[in-house]
Design a protein around this ligand. Structure first.
Ligand code: NAP
Length: 256
């Protein structure tokens, strides 16, 4: 208990999946959590359930690809709680699953707008508040596919490679101001994103899960909590000497 006590944390895409598990864990460990997401119903319900469990949280409707909304949200979080210490850039979409020579420009841009520009906008607009706090931690959700390739979803993999490199660049730019920036690289984690991806392939969830389980040396996909615990470490002062780092949590996927 209390590993991020009194820190103010903003989580994007916080209503479901990895973001949801992160909001719950950060709140359990003492943070005040801004649950932000385009999904209003699940986002509000999550903030209410964190409060019902004795934590502190509030919901903001935020599309990370809209710079004005991003700017307004960080201002509003700061006005509510008086500081910001942690940003988890978690919102992401898998996007089109065509081979590269079949992808339309608009479908490429849609993925980049959320997965890359969203990280840029949120980082840009949180930095002034982290400076006011005397430092902070930014955690960017990349993927195993920011490290190795795979023969599907080309814009998604490109976007996650960009996030990996953006994290290192920002780590170096802001290191002297005590702002740490790290990326997290999950293997397959059982979330609505993965379930929807499998359904779009025409697979039943059982068939799809078996295929994904077999990709990981440990023999199974991960749970959102497996990633949330890594994010908690990077958000806490336990990782105060860690910046520009890649935290791979993948059941051994990238070990071979
Ligand atoms: P998820 O289950 O789809 O949850 C993502 C949440 O983000 C959803 O609530 C979604 O709302 C929201 N969202 C989508 N577009 C948004 C936008 N423009 N602005 C704000 N929120 C938005 O995804 P997840 O699997 O938890 O993934 C979270 C992050 O981890 C992503 O960056 C993903 O790329 C990364 N990751 C996931 C895996 C995995 O296996 N699950 C592996 C590697 C990396 P809607 O549901 O309404 O769209």
């Amino acid at each position: 208990m209390g590993r991020v006590k009194d820190k103010i944390a903003v989580v994007t895409g916080g209503a479901l999946g990895i973001g949801r598990a992160t909001c719950i864990l950060l709140a359990k460990e003492g943070a005040k959590v801004a649950v932000t997401d385009i999904d209003e119903k699940d986002g509000r319900e999550l903030a209410e359930s964190i409060i019902a469990d004795g934590g502190e949280a509030a919901y903001w409707k935020l599309d990370v690809s809209n710079e004005k909304q991003v700017e307004d949200t960080f201002r509003s979080v700061f006005n509510k709680w008086g500081r910001i210490d942690v940003l988890v850039n978690n919102a992401g979409i898998s996007g089109t699953n065509e081979p590269t020579d079949k992808i339309e420009e608009k479908d490429w841009d849609k993925v980049m707008d959320v997965n890359v520009k969203g990280v840029f906008f949120c980082t840009k607009h949180v930095i002034p508040y982290l400076k006011l706090s005397g430092g902070g931690s930014i955690i960017n959700l990349s993927s195993i596919y920011g490290i190795v390739g795979a023969a599907d979803v080309p814009p998604y993999h490109a976007s996650k490679g960009a996030v990996r490199e953006m994290s290192k660049t920002d780590a170096m730019i802001y290191a002297k101001e005590h702002i740490r920036v790290n990326s997290v690289h999950p293997g397959y984690i059982w979330t609505p994103m993965v379930e929807n991806h499998l359904k779009s392939q025409g697979l039943t969830l059982e068939e799809g899960k078996k295929l994904l389980d077999d990709l990981h040396p440990v023999g199974h996909v991960g749970d959102p909590d497996d990633i949330a615990y890594g994010i908690l470490y990077l958000a806490s002062d336990e990782s105060r000497f860690v910046t520009g780092e890649e935290l791979v949590i993948d059941g051994g996927y990238t070990a071979h």
